[in-house]
Every structure is written in structure tokens, then in C-alpha cells.
Design a protein around this ligand. Structure first.
Ligand code: FAD
Length: 252
């Protein structure tokens, strides 16, 4: 394109990431660049969602794999009405001989009070995290928690994670550049609504169409229009996703 080239080298301040690029437009899908677009670089993004999460992984043999597949093909989740504790189980991959598989699972609960009276996920040991997950899942049908019980002794990490999401307002971003945010970099959301990837794809398709249809001369203005639309759509999805678990439980 007959335009002065855009040269970006925004992330050399990180010791591990040294990306530089030359081109007309930078599309940021991994959030490193986002910080450089903020009018206030000290603004804290993303926001913490008050949910506790414990995550783990496990390898299973063929009989256990068959039992898991009978419950659902990847992924499946269970929610107990009136109980603030949800579990999500996902099939990561099946071994080449189909005789074993790798699963991951996580449990989520409302952690608005920053820890239960007798349990704080931030300071709990792996053993305590695991025991907490088992105890809270004890009222579910045993087959639904088999994957958690099998994890015992597997030796894999059991981690407590924070959940974050991102509501980014258009006014928080600086203007007049050739940088487009897409996907989680613009509106990361909790996985509860299962829509993050859908919105990331919508962003990419719309951006591709805009770049393809319009000439390069007015692309800066067009990027801003697209960003406004994307943030409006994305932010609505982020907020809906925060409560998607509870809403689904009430419906089901
Ligand atoms: C457990 C879970 C379940 C989910 N389930 C669903 C679902 O069912 N349906 C749905 O629609 N969404 C789901 N999501 C959300 C979905 O995964 C995300 O919204 C989606 O992956 C976002 O896509 P993205 O391209 O914006 O970001 P990502 O998929 O995160 O891609 C960003 C890429 O950038 C790379 N990267 C990072 N830093 C750099 C760097 N400095 N230089 C170069 N590359 C870099 C990363 O390695 C990564 O590959 C789920 C999320 C989770 C966590």
C-alpha cells in the first residue's frame, strides 16, 4: 500500500517478549499491546471476578475414558441447583492408540467473601485445595466427580486461579493510531457463557471485511468505528458471562 509504514516496537520493556513489526496495521490479539493504548497506563486491567477456581489435570486409562465419554463428549459440566459450586470437565486429548486420554477439570464457586471461613484458596496447600474440591463435590452423583477422585495420586499440579475479565471503554483508549484490538485482548470474559471465542471470531471477520472494503487512507477512522462497535458488543457479553452460571442453573 502506498502509505508510510507503521513501525511498532511496543513491548521491549518485557524481558521475555521482544516483538517488533513493520506494516500498515497492527492487530493485537494477545493483550501485550493493549497497555500501550490506554490513556492511563496505570489503570488496572483486567478486573478480578470474585470466583474461586481450582484447576487440575489427569491422565486416564481406557475404562475410565469410556466412563467419561458416556457422560459427555468434551467438555461437560455439572451444576447443582441451590448450591454455589460448579464443575467443568474437559477432554484435552485422546492418546494415539485410543487407550488413554488426558482430561482437565476445574471447580468454581462464588468467592465474593474472599475465602470461606475455614478455607482460603490463596494460601491453601495443594492437598487442602484438593480436599476442598472433593468435599464440595461430595453431594454430586459419584460418577460426576470420578475424574476429581481419580486425580488423587496422579501427582499433577492442583492450582488455585483467579478469574479475570475485561470491560474496556472506548474512551480509555488513545486515538489516531493504526492498531486494532480483537478477541480477549479487547473483551476477555469468564468461560461461563462459552462465547469468548465466538466474539473473537466476529471481531476478526468484521475487521477483515473493513480492511478489505475500505481504502487505506481512512482506515484509522474506520478502525475507531469498528473498535467502538466491538467494545459495545464485547462488553455486553463480558457482563452477561459473569452471571451465566447462575442463570443457566436457574433455567435448568
Ligand atoms: C476453560 C475455558 C473454556 C472456554 N470455552 C469456550 C467455549 O466453549 N466457547 C467459546 O466461544 N469460548 C470459550 N472460551 C473462551 C475462548 O477460549 C477465548 O475467548 C478465545 O480463545 C479468545 O481468542 P483470542 O484469539 O482472542 O485469544 P487467545 O486464544 O488467547 O489467543 C492469543 C494468542 O496470542 C499468543 N500470544 C500471547 N502473547 C504473545 C506475544 N507476546 N507474541 C505473540 N503471541 C502471543 C498466545 O499464545 C495465544 O495463542 C473458553 C475459555 C476457557 C479458559
Amino acid at each position: 500500500l502506498p502509505l508510510p509504514k507503521l513501525t511498532v516496537n511496543p513491548i521491549c520493556n518485557s524481558p521475555t517478549v521482544r516483538t517488533s513489526a513493520v506494516g500498515e496495521i497492527l492487530i493485537d490479539a494477545h493483550s501485550q499491546v493493549r497497555t500501550h493504548l490506554l490513556n492511563d497506563p496505570h489503570h488496572k486491567l483486567p478486573q478480578v471476578v470474585p470466583e474461586g477456581v481450582i484447576v487440575s489435570e489427569i491422565s486416564v486409562d481406557k475404562p475410565a475414558l469410556d466412563r467419561q465419554l458416556a457422560l459427555g463428549h468434551s467438555p461437560y459440566r455439572y451444576i447443582c441447583l441451590g448450591k454455589d459450586f460448579h464443575t467443568f470437565v474437559g477432554l484435552q486429548f485422546v492418546g494415539p492408540d485410543a487407550q488413554s486420554a488426558r482430561y482437565y477439570w476445574f471447580v468454581i464457586w462464588d468467592d465474593s467473601n474472599q475465602g470461606k471461613p475455614d478455607f482460603c484458596p490463596k494460601t491453601a496447600s495443594k492437598h487442602q485445595l484438593y480436599q476442598f474440591a472433593l468435599k464440595e463435590g461430595a453431594s454430586f452423583e459419584p460418577k460426576l466427580t470420578e475424574i476429581m477422585r481419580l486425580t488423587n495420586g496422579d501427582g499433577v499440579a492442583i492450582l488455585s486461579l483467579g478469574i479475570h475479565d475485561l470491560v474496556l471503554e472506548f474512551d480509555q483508549l488513545s486515538r489516531g493510531h493504526r492498531i486494532a484490538l480483537v478477541g480477549d485482548a479487547a473483551h476477555s470474559m469468564t468461560p461461563f457463557s462459552r462465547r469468548g471465542a465466538c466474539h473473537a471470531m466476529i471481531d476478526a471477520l468484521k475487521l477483515g471485511k473493513a480492511i478489505g472494503e475500505r481504502g487505506p487512507d481512512d482506515i484509522v477512522e474506520d478502525l475507531e468505528e469498528d473498535t467502538q462497535e466491538m467494545l459495545k458488543r464485547g462488553n455486553e457479553a463480558v457482563l452477561k458471562s459473569r452471571t451465566a452460571n447462575e442463570e443457566r442453573a436457574a433455567r435448568e
